[in-house]
Design a protein around this ligand. Structure first.
Ligand code: GDD
Ligand code: MG
Length: 349
């Protein structure tokens, strides 16, 4: 089965994390979000992936190549000018001659794709859309549906007065290829604002698959932090983490000095080195190929791959990314720049 990822957005709301990286490539516990999503799909029987890209496509291509490393076949489509969600789907139509899946590439969820496929067939739908309940629907696309779970209306980013529903488009779709003919060629098209309402008008059946599984759009820095908090605390069960003893995950070839104190939950990637007398955690993620100098204290923080943290550094509630050498240290809320052993937080090299 084939799946299309809409991965061309600029990730503006996730800046500065997306200054040098497209949104689907942001790391989630030591792996790009897109890789986590592709591996989930592979487990559901997907063997071919189409990546619809536009913003910094080379970063995605360099990492995944032809997909062989993951046991998948990956194709790339790159838009010179972003075509919008509908335009991007139309632009990849050559790949689809059977039922296929579409994903917004900035979602982390546990929505059961196998159940969704069964539901799609049972409903004999042209399109099936997963919906999830959120507190504030104004940030998303609200879908109203009838008692048989067929969509009745779509309202994208509604004002509070415009909707009574809290069920929103989860950005996961199953399509029959026949609907692609309803999207115009070579045009910027929004699947949510234009195509779905048009399909309803034309009498296509759009089924709604209601899910109460974990779901998060990693569209803002706050949501990015929330996802990590949810993984560390078990709301999103990442098997490789929660099978670990006492919520401490330590990757392969990582060395931790015997005097280091680890306060769970903590995730430390592979080939990382933590020097003597440091304290790591709680609620801390340190990526792959990092080093933490002696006498440092890192709490409630996310450290991306390849970062070296100097001796006697103290940090709390921070995201450190490694995209730009030497600089990109992002403060969130109150970064506690305490002095420790006479030194402030050292530069990130
Ligand atoms: N190829 C391509 N081209 N991809 C695009 C383009 C484009 O022009 N524009 C956006 N995308 C991709 C983004 O990279 C992202 O993965 C996905 O399409 C959705 O775009 P967002 O910009 O993240 O949209 P949103 O979060 O505001 O709203 C969408 O997602 C919500 C769920 O998270 C809508 O589909 C809402 O209806 C939905 O509720
Ligand atoms: Mg989004």
């Amino acid at each position: 089965m084939k799946a299309l990822f809409l991965a061309g957005g600029m990730g503006t709301r996730l800046k500065p994390l997306t200054d040098d990286l497209p949104k689907p490539m942001v790391p989630v516990m030591g792996k790009p979000l897109l890789e986590r999503n592709m591996l989930r799909l592979k487990a559901c029987g997907v063997d071919e992936i189409i990546l619809s890209t536009s913003y910094k496509p080379q970063k995605i291509k360099e990492y995944f190549g032809d997909g062989a490393k993951l046991g998948l076949k990956i194709h790339y489509i790159c838009e010179d000018i972003p075509l919008g969600t509908g335009g991007a789907i139309k632009n990849s139509q050559e790949f689809f001659d059977d039922t296929f899946l579409i994903f917004n590439a900035d979602i982390l969820s546990n929505i059961n794709i196998i159940e969704m496929l069964k539901f799609h067939k049972k409903k004999r739908a042209a399109v099936t859309i997963a919906v999830t309940e959120v507190e504030n629907p104004s940030l998303y696309g609200v879908i109203e549906y009838d008692e048989d779970f067929y969509a009745e209306s779509f309202t994208e980013k509604p004002k509070p007065s415009e909707t009574k529903s809290n069920y929103i488009n989860a950005g996961i779709y199953i399509f029959e290829p026949e609907v692609l003919k309803e999207i115009p060629d070579f045009k910027v098209v929004s699947i949510e604002r234009e195509t779905y309402p048009l399909l309803l008008e034309k009498g296509y059946s759009i089924a709604v698959f209601k899910s109460s599984e974990y779901w998060m759009d990693i569209g803002t820095v706050e949501k990015y932090k929330q996802v990590h908090h949810d993984i560390l605390n078990g709301s999103y069960p990442l098997p490789e983490f929660h099978e670990e003893i006492q919520d401490i995950f330590i990757g392969d070839h990582t060395t931790i000095h015997s005097t280091v104190k680890i306060i769970p939950p903590v995730y430390i990637g592979s080939k990382t080195k933590i020097d003597a007398f440091s304290v790591i955690g709680p609620n801390t993620i340190i990526g792959n190929h990092c080093s933490v100098g002696t006498n440092s204290k890192i709490t409630h923080s996310i450290v991306w791959d390849g970062i070296s943290i100097q001796d006697s550094s103290i940090m709390s509630d921070m995201i450190l990314n490694s995209v730009k050498q030497g600089s990109t240290c992002m403060k969130k809320n109150d970064m506690k720049k305490e002095t420790h052993a006479g030194e402030a937080l050292g530069p990130i090299a």
